[in-house]
Design a protein around this ligand. Structure first.
Ligand SMILES: Cc1cc2nc3c(=O)[nH]c(=O)nc-3n(C[C@H](O)[C@H](O)[C@H](O)COP(=O)(O)OP(=O)(O)OC[C@H]3O[C@@H](n4cnc5c(N)ncnc54)[C@H](O)[C@@H]3O)c2cc1C
Length: 301
């Protein structure tokens, strides 16, 4: 269970105490504020705070004295222009602070995104909970034979049962030893900062993660993508839903230009031009490597 009844009560209390403000408020985001959305078996994401909205992006772009909004249509057009031309600093004027609970091996991928502010739960100070990510059977895949960094079909039957049993048994045994080491009866016990070293990477950790919208969209572009590992992608997918409600114009532009769009090399663009003129271009005449050509064909469908 991602949240205990006490944690849920704290969140409900916070949601029950609205305050008046002169600051920009995104109605879509207000609906999400503080709510924990479950991810994987014990994880979640929840918005703790945010700053700005679509209008704040326009306000910064126009360096306005007031709200900076001209008209809804005009604002969306401006945001699309900024996104199209990589004019990124106005997007940095919006910020989001998330509370995330995630397995340690997912956290290792996530933390590579350096342009954020992080504060993690201290396993030197506190005792970690007995919570481990155990994949649902449909996400227990074999190693891919075509992609060294990917997965193939889901394991089935006895093989799936065996792997699940090993994952559960190892997690429980390591946690039993962790508990045993930190609580030696009548003695001091091993320091928490040392005892944690035998815990497996599927144990859950938590952090507060604050990032501006520009860098968040960069994170989502990489991690909500089909090439990202499933276990981080599900977090990114959940964040995408929040961002779509927080800054709908910016999110639509992001979907159009970044998630759904593609960058073409000069060589690939030349091939498109030749094709439009009626030439039958092949990999051999394209000037592209086999890998590039495969990806190019994939893009054109
Ligand atoms: C599918 C996938 C597979 C991956 N596989 C591997 C792997 O096998 N091994 C591995 O180590 N990593 C891997 N990564 C991580 C990847 O290389 C990046 O570290 C990660 O995606 C963070 O991206 P970033 O540096 O652009 O983000 P951020 O750290 O948020 O940085 C954003 C941007 O800021 C700029 N920036 C930030 N810090 C610096 C700096 N110090 N110097 C210069 N510019 C900076 C860069 O322009 C950067 O793009 C993988 C990522 C993905 C999505």
């Amino acid at each position: 269970m991602p949240l205990s009844p006490e944690q849920q009560a704290e969140i409900t209390e916070q949601r029950g105490a609205p305050q008046q403000t002169l600051r920009a408020v995104s109605e879509g985001m207000e609906a999400h504020l503080y709510t924990a959305y479950p991810v994987l078996d014990h994880g979640f994401i929840r918005v703790v705070d945010y700053m700005g909205d679509d209008a704040a992006i326009c306000q910064a772009a126009r360096v306005s004295y007031g709200k900076g909004t001209k008209s809804v249509q005009n604002d969306e057009g401006l945001i699309r222009y900024l996104m199209r031309h990589w004019h990124s600093t106005p997007f940095e004027m919006c910020e989001i602070k998330l509370h995330v609970k995630l397995p340690v091996f997912v956290a290792r991928q996530w933390i590579r995104h350096r342009t954020a502010n992080v504060n993690e739960y201290s396993a030197r100070y506190s005792i970690l909970d007995r919570e481990f990510y155990i994949p649902a059977p449909e996400h227990l895949n074999a190693q891919s034979v075509v992609n060294n960094q990917g997965r193939g079909a889901a394991l089935e039957g006895e093989e799936a049962d065996r792997v699940l049993r090993l994952l559960r048994e190892d997690a429980m045994r390591c946690y039993d030893h962790y508990e045993e080491m930190i609580s030696q009866e009548g003695q001091q016990g091993l320091a928490r900062e040392l005892a944690r070293m035998n815990l497996p990477a599927n144990i859950y950790t938590q952090w507060y993660w604050k990032v501006d919208l520009h860098n968040l969209l960069h994170f989502l572009r990489l991690r909500a993508d089909s090439h990202a590992q499933y276990e981080i992608r599900v977090y990114a997918d959940e964040i995408c839903k929040v961002v779509a409600d927080w800054v709908p114009f910016a999110y639509r532009a992001f979907e159009d230009y970044r998630m759904g769009g593609a960058t073409l090399s000069a060589t690939a663009l030349d091939c498109v031009r030749r094709m439009l003129k009626g030439e039958s271009v092949t990999q051999e005449t394209s000037g592209m490597s086999k890998g590039e050509w495969r990806e190019f064909e994939g893009l054109l469908g």
